[in-house]
Design a binder for this molecule. Structure first.
Ligand SMILES: Cc1cc2nc3c(=O)[nH]c(=O)nc-3n(C[C@H](O)[C@H](O)[C@H](O)COP(=O)(O)O)c2cc1C
Length: 171
């Protein structure tokens, strides 16, 4: 199996983490992977990232997204609509970035979780309030938590393949 195949196949949602910091170098690599994603318009990608390591802020965020609780770092993905060329495509742009970030976390021996924020208005408003976003032009999309997996949580292969969902030539 190539490294790539291994990463894709073993990525799992890791919801609890060890009490161990993630290096700034790894955080930057994860964000770089996010920015490497396909976007609806090259050069007009909406993504911006808020790195959160402050324990008090993490605790406040965990009140909105409980799985943040044990994470040593959370990265909030914000769509800055003013940067976007295709204004309606921001959730797709952001989703591509989010998945790249989760895969890079696995590549670095870490675990990650996509904590959904958009499109639930109530959650978006709470997150926007916490981080001072205007929620009109700066849309909170999701929170990616990253850390070393806690005991009982690890990236491992789970077969999600379902041949019945593949259609050839016509549906
Ligand atoms: C749009 C989206 C939102 C998600 N939001 C949450 C969330 O708020 N909390 C959570 O624990 N997992 C969340 N997840 C993770 C999914 O529950 C998880 O990917 C799914 O159960 C499949 O498990 P796997 O990632 O291990 O393959 C989200 C995933 C996606 C794609």
């Amino acid at each position: 199996m190539t490294d790539f195949e291994e990463i894709i196949k073993t990525r799992r949602s890791i919801r609890e983490y060890q009490d161990k910091d993630v290096s700034d170098e790894d955080i930057l690599k994860i964000i770089k992977a996010g920015m490497q994603a396909p976007g609806s318009r090259l050069g007009a990608e909406p993504w911006e990232f808020v790195v959160i390591k402050n324990k008090k802020t993490l605790a406040e965020l965990a009140e909105i997204k409980p799985r943040v609780k044990t994470a040593p770092v959370a990265i909030l993905l914000v769509a800055n609509i003013e940067r976007a060329f295709y204004k309606l495509h921001w959730q797709q742009d952001m989703a591509a970035a989010a998945e790249n970030m989760l895969l890079e976390a696995v590549n670095l021996g870490l675990g990650g979780l996509w904590n959904g924020v958009a499109p639930t208005e109530e959650t978006m408003e709470k997150v926007a309030d916490l981080f001072g976003l205007d929620n009109e032009n700066q849309k909170p999309f999701c929170v990616i938590t990253i850390g070393y997996p806690a005991e009982g949580w690890q990236n491992k292969f789970m077969d999600k393949f379902d041949e019945g969902r593949i259609h050839y030539e016509k549906y």
